[in-house]
Design a protein. Sequence first.
Lengths: 352, 336
Amino acid sequence: MNTDVLRERLNARRIVTSREGSVLLTSIALSLVFTSINAMFVTGHNFQTIGELITGNSVVAAGQVMLMVMGDIDLSVGAVYALTPTLVYLTYTAGMPLEFGIPLSILAAVCVGFVNGIVTVGLRVPALITTLGMNFVITATNVIISRAYQNPMPGWVCPGQSMSAVCPPSQRVLLPLTWIFGGGSVFGIEISFIWTALAFVILAVMLARMRHGLWSIATGGNTAGAKEVGVNVNWTKVRNFVLCATIAGIWGLFAANRDFVFGGTGLDNPLAGGDTLVLESIASAAIGGTSLFGGSGTVIGAFFGSLLISVLQDGLFITGANVQSYDALLGIAIIFSMVLNMQSRRRSRQGG
Amino acid sequence: LGGRETRSLRHFLSLREGSIFIVTVAISILFVVFYPLFGSLASFYVIATTAAPLIIIGTGQTFLLTVGELDLSVGAVFALAPCLTLVLYGAGIPLPACMVIAILAAAVVGYANGLISVKLRVPSLLTTLGMFFLATGASLLITNFETITAPFTTVTISSFETAMGGGTVGYVPTTLIWGIAIAAVFAVIFLYTKHGLWTVATGSNINASLEVGVNTTRTKILNFIMTASLAGFAGILETMRTETAYALQGGFPLTLQTIIVAVIGGTALAGGSGTVIGTMIGAVFLGVLYDGFAIGGFGDNEFRLTLGLVLVTAVAINLRVQTIRSLGRTGRERGK
């Protein structure tokens, strides 16, 4: 009995490993193909580009995984991604310091997640509808409050001069909070890369090893059963909505502050993220093996899914191949990995 | 109010379509009072042409939602079919044949959606998300990122082109006539045919349906094919009206709107209950809101903001009304 359970676990683990492994292998194979077409693909500069693409959607995809293992989804991530920089810009121009604006903007993202969770759990509105409505509301709010302009992010000060004065890059002093939230770099590595790696470690441990992760998977696998054994199903759901929205908000700040790394000025784009981020985060999670049936999924899969998408996008661009085929290839990747995923699920069920 | 009148009023309100109908009428009256232009013919044209594609695709989406699935690829098929039509037409094939081929291609997309979702058990949200990208990519490849202008409309609009969405009958755009006709036909199919019954049965309890001999697989796949074909058809009508086709027309915003109109019309996202007429009214509501906001000088963003709030509110209310309705039913039975 005990050995059977053990074998089943090992078996299931092997399948999961091979699934994520297959996505990684596909990414490597694709990279080799792109390199053989254009050697520019393996330059440090291009790795930076791919890294930025991954940073953009992988952690949001991991947040999406936390929801998808419960059978829920968040369509508002793209809007929240643009909400935080908009609020930071707004509070800063209103004369408030970043020490106030950045926490406030993150708090706003938390609130969005909380409302998503409360409406979904409390009013029993399907998550798809709740977050779709939220997506519309937040996107519209972003554009209205930023008056549809792309505004410069607050980021540096010029000692001895006012902000409006022309300040040569050599004299600029980056604000510490901007440095932390995506504007800085450590040994030439963008700080958002480091945050992304850190977030993956934390989220992977959380989903696979911690009580909250167990509760999330239990809720998705069998809600009634989870309730029976004392899982606080509702609170688990709300927490994951908050987690997902908060991630989207913070990584939105990283994206807006990125240009500071290169001595430029960050941009608060009210339409950053948008539907593209929503779709690509779901696609990354799906390619990484997380389905919407709930009860199974891995954070690291989302990373590999995001890696595959980013390599594809960058490679098609850099090789000058048909950029039009990106959409088609992404579609094939999503469908193909989901079919594989379902087959392996069925096989593991039959084996057990 | 007399007893009979209150009863009929209550009956009307308890209808799934009742609340959205009243809201649509109320908001129209408000718009007419505040913005007299809202009552003009130009305004009617905007409402009609906004609502028509949503009615047509929303009808398919209603069947799919009722059966417990959904289709995110409709916005891409809405572009694929007309792009294919115009590309084929440019290759010298007669227009009606191009349209038939394009709708068949859309049907194939729907069939693939159905096969992958039902036979391979991939959640339809992910299947059709993949198909959305695939179909968009296909449109981009065949049009090479260019907007294709319909070459035939430069001379005169033939009666065929008018009938296929390119013109108006009196003041009514033919796209709207198609929309209403399709909604009417499919409402009858939904309410009075075996397919409609099986759709509801499959969506409300798939295991019980299988037990009593419902072919749930076929029912689901048929609904996928229907939805994609309707999306392709709506795209062709739209292209005949605007005289252009491009790979990014419709897109994800249209996909979302087709789900929204079905859901605010009273169709349950979880499956098992739906209403084609409600979807039609939902589409008209969206058209009225869009048009009224534009005339009132509000931007697209105020429209989106309101739509988001309306969506969540409508679904929350619908869920409550359903509970009250079922309570009322048992209460009546107890009363007897």
